[in-house]
Design a protein around this ligand. Structure first.
Ligand code: CMC
Length: 430
């Protein structure tokens, strides 16, 4: 309950509105009864300033560039290097898992790694070159056709079963979709391998040659997944909540999250960044021309990997990824010329008045592609890797909403600005 009130004055009427304060001091005016009681709606296109829910999962301070999962700063995960599975558990179930809980959850993932043959055959029927994000979204939705027990999740055990199935099989579907795009036979999961190593094995092993997973590559992928694991009410997570609010099942809700993530303004930006860096490297345009194009309002081009709805400071994920690129290349004794191009572009943008005035900084997608390339992931799989990372966040938000006894279907309003009443005219009289 709220002690503080906001007063909205409209005409000669004064309306009292409750004000809530979050645990980190954020304040929100509750307008939820405004229409019902006063016939007034609020207007917030793109929901840029609308609190969709109360949530305990992730905190972001966009002004200071802070990101915490269940209160723990992102940097601590980067330094302590937990397994992605541990972080997934933390996000979904709310606490750091005890050792036995990690072992049990890992066992659940191992037991569920193999795809149903029906789903594997569906992937085989996709045309070669089909976008992996389309296959991923379809594959997740298809799971309930084969496992009908997941259509309704009534208790905690059923939910844990479904969450483990999704987290385990998303990487199997992802790897199979890549094999399909390459016309290669699928590699089945290896129960002896950890989460990331198993994915890399299914991506790159051949029936006659086992892919050796280098520990630094496995670590880099593990970190990358952790950094993508949740980001409060981003576009795909909000989508999962909207779909889930209609009581759609967990799988349908997460499949819709994959579709939202695919867009180039969201997760698809990691592909666009690489295309942009590649074009600069190949001499298609200079970094300066790239910035000019991004600043030109007549040009739809954006500086991909820059800007964020919430961060008005350096995205903490981008900082960690940039350092990680340097570390991985040093260990592998490799160089990627695109990293130099990215650094140059960042340096120029951060000095440019357009970017300074608008507080546009590198976001998570600016350096992630370079790290993914170092891991050996092809560009058409970049957004799929983002989806694998983001899945625990989607599941956590779906659960938080599902467990809330006061939840309602999400249904915004609109300000209608179309025709006033008009009349149907038969086609021969138009
Ligand atoms: N390049 C050039 N101008 C930009 C960019 C950019 N990347 N981002 C924002 N702006 C401009 C924008 O045109 C606007 O200018 P003005 O005030 O003159 O009209 C101003 O900065 C404010 O931006 P906005 O339109 O209010 O930003 P938004 O919150 O609606 O959009 C965004 C956020 C991330 C979609 C946008 O910054 C963008 O398109 N960035 C490039 C795509 C990208 O990197 N997306 C990944 C986002 S982070 C990870 C994720 O969510 O997946």
């Amino acid at each position: 309950m709220s002690e503080e009130k906001a007063i909205l004055t409209i005409g000669d009427k004064q309306i009292e509105l409750p004000v809530y304060t979050g645990t980190e001091g954020e304040r929100a005016v509750d307008i939820s009864k405004l229409y019902e009681e006063h016939g007034l709606m609020t207007f917030d296109p793109s929901l840029a300033n609308t609190g969709l829910c109360r949530s305990t999962i992730t905190f972001i301070d966009g002004e200071q560039g802070i990101l915490r999962y269940r209160g723990i700063p992102l940097e601590e995960f980067a330094n302590s290097k937990p397994n992605f599975i541990e972080v997934a558990w933390l996000l979904i179930f709310g606490t750091l898992p005890k050792e036995q809980e990690i072992l049990d959850f890992r066992q659940m993932l191992t037991e569920r790694a193999l795809l149903h043959e029906g789903i594997r055959q569906h992937i085989e029927l996709m045309p070669q070159g089909a976008p992996p994000m389309a296959i991923l979204s379809a594959g997740i939705n298809k799971m309930v056709c084969y496992y009908k027990r997941f259509l309704t999740l009534d208790d905690d055990d059923q939910f844990a079963d479904a969450a483990a199935q999704l987290i385990s099989q998303i990487r199997t579907i992802a790897a199979h979709s890549y094999r399909r795009s390459q016309g290669l036979p699928v590699m089945y999961p290896d129960p002896a391998m950890r989460y990331c190593a198993n994915f890399l094995h299914m991506m790159f092993s051949l029936p006659y040659r086992q892919y050796e997973v280098a520990p630094e590559i496995e670590d880099a992928m593990n970190l990358l997944l952790i950094l993508h694991a949740d980001h409060e009410q981003n576009c795909s997570t909000a989508t999962v909540r909207v779909v889930g609010s209609a009581q759609a099942n967990l799988f349908a809700s997460c499949a819709s999250g994959v579709s939202a993530l695919w867009g180039p303004l969201h997760g698809g930006a990691n592909v666009k960044v690489m295309e942009m860096l590649e074009s600069i490297y190949q001499g298609g345009l200079s970094p300066e021309e790239c910035l000019e194009a991004a600043k030109d309002k007549a040009n739809p081009f954006k500086l991909f990997g820059f800007g964020h709805r919430v961060y008005k400071n350096y995205d903490p994920r981008a900082k960690i990824l940039k350092d990680s690129c340097d570390r991985v290349f040093a260990i592998l004794k490799q160089k990627d010329p695109l990293l130099d191009v990215a650094r140059k572009l960042e340096e120029l943008a951060l000095k440019d008045q357009y970017f300074i005035d608008r507080k546009l900084y590198p976001n998570v997608d600016f350096y992630s592609g370079i790290l993914l390339r170092a891991i050996g992931i092809p560009t058409n799989m970049f957004t799929v890797l983002f989806a694998i990372g983001r899945l625990p966040g989607w599941i956590a938000h779906w659960k938080e909403q599902h467990d809330n006894p006061t939840r309602r279907i999400i249904r915004p309003r609109q300000l209608y600005v179309g025709n006033n009443q008009s009349h149907y005219v038969p086609v021969e009289e138009r």
